[in-house]
Design a protein around this ligand. Structure first.
Ligand code: HEM
Length: 508
């Protein structure tokens, strides 16, 4: 019996009084869901590894550092959706572009990324506020709207190009210095330089002041901040996987995790207090304030200082690995594809027409530059697996009914390496993004996420990478180190190079 038949015939057939009829119709209105629920498969019917198999992969086969590979393995073994249970947490993995789209289209008013339980536990323990990465619901929405004005509007972001260009000046000087350390122009561990560049870049946007990451001698606090980010990410997955009672039995991961966060918060607070104090002194002297930096906007918008501290801490940390990893892989691939490197350099020089400094507005005329960044993030998505928890309703995805509050992992690494969408998926082919007549599925490669909770730093990140890459190519030819070893990615919550990337820089 079709639903239309039921809707049309039932009122006549029943010949009920108005009141009974309306309640019966309300019931019929709910039937489609009820009936569909019956047709949908439940999580019990979803394939997936046994808990023992999953734990074995994670702990005994270096699974925590190969989570991106486990996405490919899961998809091969179980198809586009599978479940995995770890302790009390059941996760549904979704590894097909169409299905990821289905999840994101049902994410609701205030999307929740994942529980990030240990990050939240730490904040509660220390009485810190939440930042944009960890806040939920209306609190998240309010901060998001405020930050979006300064971080997502193209005009607001373009205004940072002068500040960022100054940071790029120092990066170029630092690379020149480093390449002189040996006769072949070899710079070992290029990611380390880009970590410092990332931190200096995001600091300049947040505080409009410099913190010395690119000086010949790096301040100890800065090095410690970067180390703390690294260790915090390394311990994140473990602390999330361990139930709280296990922290007492095996205290080390949780203690390290808390110590790292303590330092991250302390560092950010010091920078903020110093910067705002400078402004107060300026005002006392009757000087006018430029106030073009992000922390200033936040503090002026009436945000409580506790939230300013937590938001700035989270923005600082979000701007380091992401930039470093993207720039490192870009140069790694460009060094191995000299013809693309030359074409990109020619594009930059052609747009600049003799100028020495690129501007944000120049990028519109650099299609290959944009294609290179897209291709790098397709091959090496910094966040290889994102997540959603839909809290307000059960949702339907790929023929399954997924109950509310289920943790859903969106396997971006698997979709962006799917040959169906990207032929020769493991090769660096930026040209595939030019003339996109035969565009791949729009959800196949979404390195910044999509929708309301997508990356708020996207435009700043893109600008930083475009400005840095343009200038590096203007100043240097970049070649692989003599050993020309292949470097694979690994997961450390984020996707980063598994070992050092070493490159030879020749000045042009
Ligand atoms: C290549 C660089 C970057 C990549 C690939 C990247 C990727 C992402 C992704 C995938 C998300 C999750 C989106 C979602 O859940 O749908 C995210 C969120 C976020 N990113 Fe980025 N990101 C990058 C750079 C940055 C930078 C430079 C900043 C800071 C200036 C930043 C700040 C954030 C913040 C605060 C969020 C949370 C947004 C929210 O929950 O509303 N990101 N990023």
């Amino acid at each position: 019996m079709t639903m239309n038949f039921i809707r049309e015939m039932l009122p006549q057939a029943l010949r009920m009084s108005g009141r009974c009829m309306s309640s019966a119709l309300r019931c019929v209105d709910r039937w489609p869901d009820v009936i569909l629920h019956e047709q949908l498969k439940t999580l019990d019917e979803m394939p997936g590894p046994s808990t023992a198999g999953f734990v074995w992969d994670l702990f005994f086969r270096r699974g925590f550092t190969r989570l991106h590979q486990l996405q490919l393995k899961g998809k091969r073994q179980y198809g586009p959706m599978w479940k995995a249970r770890f302790g009390p947490i059941l996760t549904v993995h979704v590894a097909e572009a169409e299905l990821i789209e289905q999840v994101l289209r049902q994410e609701g008013q205030h999307p929740m990324r994942s529980d990030l339980s240990s990050w939240k536990d730490y904040r509660q323990l220390r009485g810190h506020g939440y930042g944009l990465l960890t806040a939920e619901g209306v609190e998240w929405q309010n901060v998001r709207s405020l930050l979006a004005k300064h971080m997502l509007r193209p005009k607001s972001v373009e205004a940072y190009d002068g500040t960022l260009n100054c940071v790029v000046d120092d990066l170029i000087e630092k690379l020149k210095l480093r390449r002189q350390e040996n006769s072949s122009g070899l710079i070992t561990d290029i990611s380390a330089e880009f970590y410092r560049f990332g931190l200096e870049g995001i600091s300049s946007v947040l505080f409009e002041s410099r913190i010395g990451c690119l000086e010949p001698v790096i301040p100890m606090e800065t090095e410690r901040f970067i180390q703390s980010i690294n260790s915090m990410f390394v311990t994140t997955l473990l602390t999330m996987a361990m139930p709280a009672w296990l922290h007492r039995l095996f205290p080390r991961p949780w203690d390290t995790f808390c110590r790292c966060w303590d330092y991250l918060f302390q560092f950010a607070k010091l920078q903020i207090d110093q910067r705002l104090e400078e402004d107060t002194e300026k005002m006392a002297r009757g000087e006018t304030l430029e106030g073009r930096y992000l922390t200033y906007f936040l503090s002026q918008a009436g945000m409580p200082m506790k939230s300013v501290y937590s938001n700035v801490t989270e923005l600082l940390l979000a701007g380091v690995d992401t930039i470093s990893s993207t720039l490192s892989w870009s140069l790694y691939e460009l060094s191995r594809h000299p013809e693309i490197q030359n074409a990109l350099r020619a594009e930059v020089l052609n747009v600049l027409q003799g100028r020495t400094l690129p501007k944000a507005s120049d990028v519109a005329a650099m299609p290959l530059m944009k294609a290179v960044m897209k291709e790098i993030l397709r091959l090496y998505p910094v966040i290889p697996g994102n997540a959603r928890v839909i809290t307000d309703k059960d949702i339907k995805v790929g023929g399954y009914l997924i109950p509310r509050n289920t943790l859903i992992t969106l396997c971006h690494y698997a979709t962006s390496h799917d040959p169906k969408h990207f032929p020769e998926p493991d090769d660096f082919i930026p040209q595939r993004w030019l003339n996109r007549g035969e565009a791949s599925h729009p959800y196949a490669a979404i390195p910044f996420g999509v929708g309301k909770r997508s990356c708020i730093g996207r435009r700043i990140a893109e600008l930083e990478v475009y400005l840095a890459l343009s200038r590096i190519l203007m100043h240097f030819n970049v070649e692989p180190a003599e050993d020309n070893n292949t470097v694979h990615p690994m997961t450390r919550t984020l996707l980063v190079p598994e070992r050092e990337i070493n490159l030879c820089f020749t000045e042009r």
